[in-house]
Design a protein around this ligand. Structure first.
Ligand code: HEC
Length: 156
Protein backbone atom coordinates (compact mmCIF):
# COMPACT_ATOMS: atom_id res chain seq x y z
CA UNK A 1 0.00 0.00 0.00
CA UNK A 2 2.79 2.36 1.02
CA UNK A 3 4.59 2.21 -2.30
CA UNK A 4 1.40 3.04 -4.20
CA UNK A 5 0.91 6.14 -2.09
CA UNK A 6 4.46 7.20 -2.93
CA UNK A 7 3.88 6.62 -6.63
CA UNK A 8 0.67 8.61 -6.36
CA UNK A 9 2.49 11.51 -4.75
CA UNK A 10 5.22 11.33 -7.36
CA UNK A 11 2.75 11.37 -10.26
CA UNK A 12 0.89 14.23 -8.62
CA UNK A 13 4.07 16.24 -8.15
CA UNK A 14 5.21 15.55 -11.70
CA UNK A 15 1.84 16.77 -12.97
CA UNK A 16 2.16 19.97 -10.95
CA UNK A 17 5.68 20.56 -12.25
CA UNK A 18 4.51 20.02 -15.84
CA UNK A 19 1.58 22.40 -15.38
CA UNK A 20 3.92 24.96 -13.87
CA UNK A 21 6.39 24.58 -16.73
CA UNK A 22 3.59 25.02 -19.28
CA UNK A 23 2.09 28.05 -17.58
CA UNK A 24 5.48 29.72 -17.20
CA UNK A 25 6.11 29.05 -20.84
CA UNK A 26 2.70 30.44 -21.77
CA UNK A 27 3.45 33.78 -20.14
CA UNK A 28 6.70 34.35 -22.02
CA UNK A 29 6.22 37.48 -24.20
CA UNK A 30 7.19 35.76 -27.44
CA UNK A 31 4.54 33.13 -27.11
CA UNK A 32 1.87 35.69 -26.23
CA UNK A 33 2.73 37.59 -29.41
CA UNK A 34 2.09 34.39 -31.38
CA UNK A 35 -1.20 33.75 -29.58
CA UNK A 36 -2.37 37.31 -30.27
CA UNK A 37 -1.50 36.90 -33.97
CA UNK A 38 -3.30 33.58 -34.08
CA UNK A 39 -6.52 34.92 -32.59
CA UNK A 40 -6.47 38.00 -34.82
CA UNK A 41 -6.05 35.65 -37.80
CA UNK A 42 -9.04 33.58 -36.62
CA UNK A 43 -11.10 36.79 -36.40
CA UNK A 44 -10.06 37.70 -39.95
CA UNK A 45 -11.08 34.20 -41.05
CA UNK A 46 -14.44 34.71 -39.35
CA UNK A 47 -14.95 37.89 -41.34
CA UNK A 48 -13.95 36.42 -44.72
CA UNK A 49 -15.70 33.09 -44.08
CA UNK A 50 -18.76 35.13 -43.19
CA UNK A 51 -18.76 36.84 -46.57
CA UNK A 52 -18.36 33.48 -48.35
CA UNK A 53 -21.06 31.84 -46.26
CA UNK A 54 -23.59 34.41 -47.28
CA UNK A 55 -23.18 33.15 -50.87
CA UNK A 56 -22.82 29.45 -50.07
CA UNK A 57 -26.01 29.21 -48.02
CA UNK A 58 -28.08 29.52 -51.17
CA UNK A 59 -25.67 28.15 -53.80
CA UNK A 60 -24.06 25.20 -51.98
CA UNK A 61 -25.65 24.35 -48.60
CA UNK A 62 -23.44 21.26 -48.08
CA UNK A 63 -20.28 23.40 -48.30
CA UNK A 64 -21.89 26.02 -46.09
CA UNK A 65 -22.47 23.34 -43.43
CA UNK A 66 -18.87 22.09 -43.72
CA UNK A 67 -17.56 25.68 -43.39
CA UNK A 68 -19.75 26.35 -40.40
CA UNK A 69 -18.57 23.19 -38.68
CA UNK A 70 -14.98 24.41 -39.04
CA UNK A 71 -15.88 27.85 -37.76
CA UNK A 72 -17.56 26.27 -34.73
CA UNK A 73 -14.32 24.44 -33.93
CA UNK A 74 -12.41 27.75 -34.10
CA UNK A 75 -15.04 29.43 -31.95
CA UNK A 76 -14.74 26.73 -29.27
CA UNK A 77 -11.01 27.39 -29.23
CA UNK A 78 -11.34 31.16 -28.73
CA UNK A 79 -11.04 31.36 -24.91
CA UNK A 80 -7.72 29.48 -25.02
CA UNK A 81 -6.34 32.24 -27.28
CA UNK A 82 -7.01 34.92 -24.68
CA UNK A 83 -4.55 34.10 -21.89
CA UNK A 84 -4.55 36.55 -18.99
CA UNK A 85 -2.15 39.43 -19.60
CA UNK A 86 -2.56 39.39 -23.40
CA UNK A 87 -4.85 42.42 -23.58
CA UNK A 88 -4.41 46.15 -24.06
CA UNK A 89 -2.55 47.30 -21.99
CA UNK A 90 0.20 46.06 -22.02
CA UNK A 91 -0.13 45.03 -25.70
CA UNK A 92 -1.34 47.33 -28.43
CA UNK A 93 -4.20 45.15 -29.59
CA UNK A 94 -7.97 45.51 -29.36
CA UNK A 95 -8.63 43.05 -26.51
CA UNK A 96 -10.30 44.90 -23.64
CA UNK A 97 -9.12 44.31 -20.05
CA UNK A 98 -12.83 43.67 -19.34
CA UNK A 99 -12.28 40.15 -20.77
CA UNK A 100 -10.35 39.05 -17.68
CA UNK A 101 -12.53 40.97 -15.22
CA UNK A 102 -15.60 39.15 -16.63
CA UNK A 103 -14.11 35.87 -17.79
CA UNK A 104 -17.41 33.99 -17.42
CA UNK A 105 -19.23 36.57 -19.56
CA UNK A 106 -16.50 36.33 -22.17
CA UNK A 107 -16.94 32.54 -22.30
CA UNK A 108 -20.70 33.03 -22.48
CA UNK A 109 -20.19 35.35 -25.48
CA UNK A 110 -18.26 32.54 -27.19
CA UNK A 111 -21.18 30.21 -26.50
CA UNK A 112 -23.60 32.75 -28.01
CA UNK A 113 -21.61 32.69 -31.26
CA UNK A 114 -21.52 28.87 -31.28
CA UNK A 115 -25.29 28.69 -30.67
CA UNK A 116 -25.97 31.18 -33.47
CA UNK A 117 -23.76 29.18 -35.86
CA UNK A 118 -25.42 25.91 -34.89
CA UNK A 119 -28.82 27.41 -35.68
CA UNK A 120 -27.71 28.02 -39.29
CA UNK A 121 -26.49 24.41 -39.55
CA UNK A 122 -29.84 23.07 -38.29
CA UNK A 123 -31.81 25.23 -40.73
CA UNK A 124 -29.60 24.16 -43.64
CA UNK A 125 -29.94 20.50 -42.69
CA UNK A 126 -33.71 21.00 -42.65
CA UNK A 127 -33.45 22.49 -46.16
CA UNK A 128 -34.79 25.89 -45.09
CA UNK A 129 -32.45 28.12 -47.09
CA UNK A 130 -34.42 31.28 -46.59
CA UNK A 131 -34.45 31.06 -42.80
CA UNK A 132 -30.78 30.04 -42.88
CA UNK A 133 -30.01 33.23 -44.79
CA UNK A 134 -31.86 35.26 -42.19
CA UNK A 135 -30.14 33.43 -39.36
CA UNK A 136 -26.81 34.26 -41.01
CA UNK A 137 -27.61 37.93 -40.41
CA UNK A 138 -28.47 37.21 -36.77
CA UNK A 139 -25.27 35.25 -36.33
CA UNK A 140 -23.10 38.12 -37.57
CA UNK A 141 -25.02 40.71 -35.55
CA UNK A 142 -25.69 38.82 -32.32
CA UNK A 143 -22.90 36.21 -32.38
CA UNK A 144 -20.04 38.56 -33.25
CA UNK A 145 -21.64 41.73 -31.93
CA UNK A 146 -22.38 40.54 -28.38
CA UNK A 147 -18.72 39.95 -27.75
CA UNK A 148 -17.34 42.94 -29.70
CA UNK A 149 -19.60 45.45 -27.96
CA UNK A 150 -18.29 44.39 -24.54
CA UNK A 151 -14.84 43.06 -25.11
CA UNK A 152 -13.29 44.59 -28.23
CA UNK A 153 -11.70 48.02 -28.00
CA UNK A 154 -12.52 50.39 -30.82
CA UNK A 155 -8.91 51.60 -30.88
CA UNK A 156 -5.64 49.82 -30.28
C1 HEC B 1 -15.94 35.95 -27.58
C2 HEC B 1 -15.62 37.21 -28.18
C3 HEC B 1 -15.61 37.42 -29.67
C4 HEC B 1 -16.43 36.85 -30.62
C5 HEC B 1 -17.56 35.86 -30.42
C6 HEC B 1 -15.99 37.39 -31.89
N1 HEC B 1 -14.96 38.27 -31.72
FE1 HEC B 1 -13.97 39.27 -33.17
N2 HEC B 1 -12.71 40.08 -31.79
C7 HEC B 1 -12.80 39.89 -30.42
C8 HEC B 1 -11.71 40.58 -29.76
C9 HEC B 1 -11.45 40.61 -28.25
C10 HEC B 1 -10.93 41.18 -30.78
C11 HEC B 1 -9.61 41.94 -30.59
C12 HEC B 1 -8.47 40.90 -30.58
C13 HEC B 1 -7.10 41.48 -30.53
O1 HEC B 1 -6.86 42.61 -30.99
O2 HEC B 1 -6.18 40.76 -30.07
C14 HEC B 1 -11.61 40.86 -32.05
C15 HEC B 1 -11.18 41.28 -33.30
C16 HEC B 1 -11.82 41.04 -34.49
C17 HEC B 1 -11.37 41.51 -35.79
C18 HEC B 1 -10.09 42.31 -36.05
C19 HEC B 1 -8.95 41.32 -36.24
C20 HEC B 1 -7.61 41.99 -36.53
O3 HEC B 1 -6.90 42.29 -35.58
O4 HEC B 1 -7.32 42.22 -37.71
C21 HEC B 1 -12.30 41.07 -36.72
C22 HEC B 1 -12.27 41.29 -38.23
C23 HEC B 1 -13.29 40.30 -36.00
N3 HEC B 1 -12.99 40.30 -34.65
C24 HEC B 1 -14.38 39.66 -36.61
C25 HEC B 1 -15.26 38.82 -35.92
C26 HEC B 1 -16.39 38.14 -36.56
C27 HEC B 1 -16.79 38.27 -38.03
C28 HEC B 1 -17.00 37.41 -35.57
C29 HEC B 1 -18.21 36.52 -35.67
C30 HEC B 1 -18.27 35.53 -36.70
C31 HEC B 1 -16.26 37.64 -34.33
N4 HEC B 1 -15.21 38.49 -34.58
C32 HEC B 1 -16.58 37.05 -33.11
C33 HEC B 1 -13.75 39.14 -29.76
C34 HEC B 1 -14.70 38.34 -30.37
Amino acid sequence: MHIFKKIGTFVGTAAIICTYALSTHATSPRLIDDIIKERQQIMKNFASAGRQLNELISSDPASAIANLENLIISAKNLPSLFPEGSGNPPFSNAASPEIWKNWNDFNAATDVLITEMNKIVSLLKAGDTQSAQQQFGNMMRVGCGTCHSKFRLSKR
